[in-house]
Design a protein around this ligand. Structure first.
Ligand SMILES: [Zn+2]
Length: 620
């Protein structure tokens, strides 16, 4: 999925104002290939569905959501609250959680991460539970949200952040949990608690967003004091403002927009990603999008679009993952390819996927460019869907490993890392990432087993999708309505789709051309029981890791990267990789004869404990 054009912005400030909103947006979304549909029209962003309006049907996504929901619902309240109570000087019963979550003097930035950021992920667990309640209506989940908000409130003190490595980082997650408890679990106390938490952190925050370089330039007791992520604060601060927490949250959000070193140059088309910490700087794009949505700031929309284009064009593996060793790399340096030999930390998977989904959702809603949906699908199928479940003792899946010499799946060394916070959040967001809507109809973004139920005018509409995609290159969508209802169903036609892709309604192929990299619109009066059948053509391709390593390639079939199991011979012939074929329709196994035995491939999500290799050296 290379080739996202970086728009050349920008005209002078005056010309920019004269050009107006529409032109600025249109120029920013002009990628190579298909023109972005719908952008530049000044149309309102697509709406997100409510968490309660989308249901995942049986399948791996629902399994991941349910596993995370049940794990965090079952976590002991006292353990969750322990570091907060300890730092407030209160009785703190319960066992330590372990890992990053504890208060402990053990932490060493070059050694153990035990005690790294006490209580850091509490807000994410709270957020995930609030979203899970909105999805399932589970009363025990709502009660747990209410209970932990009330137990957290009396622990709040500004002393919590004394000698604390990353105050903004933890506050960002705490505030997310509290606004979600308010919004999605109807917790009437959560915004008041947020106010107290905000008062407590303010004396510990710098006057503006600080880059890592700026933090290193200041005196610091140890290196971890230089890793705070103030530049990710605005998204949740703007959301707090939108959800009624008050004007000071909007003002704080503006204060922490990292314009000087990040958004200004990005908006001007300068790639300032190299050298930056990967996940938090992708997460920051969502702050830019909130600045656009809240303040109407075109500059921040451009910064997010350009940043995402740089991410896709210069930082991404064939899986859609990015940021080896959590760092962005210099384009055309060959460092992506070199990383295959040097690290096992190829993509920070739960956090990276969560950040990727958030920014892609914002950009898709604003631009209606389906390729943001393509990138979500790629990251879903090739990364997060293959994450191992979080263990009850806190060991969590963190990095996807694309190492050339030896790669397999494992757990992070330290319990309860950052990725244990984002994993339950992204699995709660699977549903709302799958469909969008506007006044005219519905957008089908992800081809996943799911059901959307919503009201159009006076009609209740249900859209049910059954699919074994990508193991079968097809999906079936059934509409059900109490009475005939006119609206448009938009289907994402993936940019990789082959010319043989077809869409049929009630068995009749639609006439409209299917343009890869755009949504196709089916506008008609829908009757109860109408069916849409989609058959994809998934071409096989070889994707080089970077331009400096044209002979180090991964086989990619439509949206999925195929990982070879075991220790395949090297080098391989291109024609061998391209000949890999699925063992049966619906199977998760592909194979090819090498003359040296058969070589077996699986997508990341189908790999368990096996050793595997993503990229191969090829000849001819
Ligand atoms: Zn993480």
């Amino acid at each position: 999925m290379k080739g996202w054009r970086i728009p050349k912005m920008q005209p002078s400030r005056r010309a920019f104002l004269k050009l107006g909103v529409a032109t600025a947006v249109a120029s920013a979304t002009r990628f190579s290939g298909a023109e972005a549909a719908g952008s530049g029209t000044g149309a309102a962003p697509l709406d997100q569905f409510g968490y309660n309006e989308i249901e995942l049907l049986d399948g791996p996504m629902r399994q991941q959501f349910e596993a995370n929901h049940s794990l965090f619902l079952g976590l002991d309240d006292d353990r969750l609250l322990k570091p907060f109570r300890q730092r407030a000087g209160q009785p703190a019963p319960g066992e330590d959680m372990g890992g990053w979550y504890d208060n402990s003097p053990d932490f060493d930035p070059h050694g153990t991460f035990h005690g790294f950021i006490p209580g850091h992920s509490f807000g994410q667990y709270l957020s995930a539970l609030a979203r899970a309640y909105a999805i399932t209506g589970s009363q025990p989940t709502r009660e747990k949200v209410a209970r932990i908000v009330r137990a957290f409130a009396p622990t709040i003190t500004t002393r919590f952040y004394d000698g604390y490595h990353l105050p903004a980082y933890t506050y960002d997650k705490t505030s997310c949990g509290l606004i979600d408890a308010h919004q999605f679990a109807g917790d009437g106390m959560a915004l008041k608690v947020l106010d107290a938490a905000t008062d407590a952190v303010l004396p510990h925050l710098p006057p503006k967003a600080m880059s890592r370089a700026e933090q290193y330039a200041q005196p610091h007791p140890d290196e971890a004091y230089c890793w705070d992520e103030t530049y990710t604060l605005p998204e949740n601060l703007f959301l707090a403002y939108h959800r009624g927490a008050g004007d000071r949250y909007r003002d704080l959000a503006v204060r922490f927009l990292e314009d000087d070193l990040y958004f200004n140059p990005l908006s001007e088309g300068k790639n300032v990603l190299p050298g930056e910490h990967a996940y938090s700087h992708v997460n920051a794009f969502s702050s830019a999008m909130q600045a656009y949505l809240t303040l109407g700031s075109q500059k921040h929309l451009l910064a997010a679009q350009n940043g995402f284009a740089f991410l896709r064009n210069t930082q991404s593996f064939a899986t859609g993952g990015w940021g080896p060793d959590e760092l962005f790399r210099k384009p055309d340096s060959g460092e992506m390819g070199e990383s295959l030999k040097r690290t096992h930390f190829s993509f920070e998977t739960p956090c990276g996927s969560y950040g990727h989904f958030k920014i892609a959702r914002y950009l898709l809603r604003v631009t209606r460019d389906s390729r943001y949906g393509d990138s979500m699908e790629q990251v879903l199928l090739n990364t997060i869907l293959g994450a191992k479940p979080i263990r009850e003792d806190g060991f969590s899946f963190y990095y996807s490993d694309y190492n050339h010499i030896f790669a397999n799946k494992g757990y992070h060394r330290d319990k309860w890392p950052c990725c244990s916070g984002t994993f339950p959040q992204i699995t709660a967001d699977y549903g709302i990432s799958s469909y969008f809507r506007d006044a005219d109809g519905v957008y089908v973004n992800l081809y996943v087993p799911s059901r959307a139920i919503w009201t159009r005018g006076s009609a209740r509409v249900t859209l049910t999708q059954h699919t074994n995609y990508p193991y079968e290159p097809a999906t079936q969508i059934e509409l059900s309505t109490a009475k005939p209802e006119p609206f448009t169903v938009h289907l994402r036609i993936p940019a990789w789709a082959g010319a043989k892709m077809t869409v049929a309604v009630n068995g009749r192929r639609i006439d409209a051309p299917l343009t890869p990299g755009a949504f196709t619109a089916i506008n008609r009066t829908w009757n109860d029981g109408d069916r849409i059948e989609v058959e994809f053509e998934m071409p096989m391709a070889l994707e080089a890791v970077d331009p400096q390593h044209p002979d180090v390639v991964a086989p990619v079939l439509g949206p999925i990267a195929l990982f070879a199991l075991g220790r395949p011979p090297s080098p391989l012939r291109r024609s061998t990789l391209l000949a890999a074929a699925q063992t049966a329709r619906g199977s998760s196994t592909w194979s090819v004869e090498t003359g040296n035995g058969s070589l077996v491939f699986k997508p990341f999500a189908a790999i368990q404990e096996e050793q595997y290799r993503l990229y191969h050296e090829v000849e001819a």
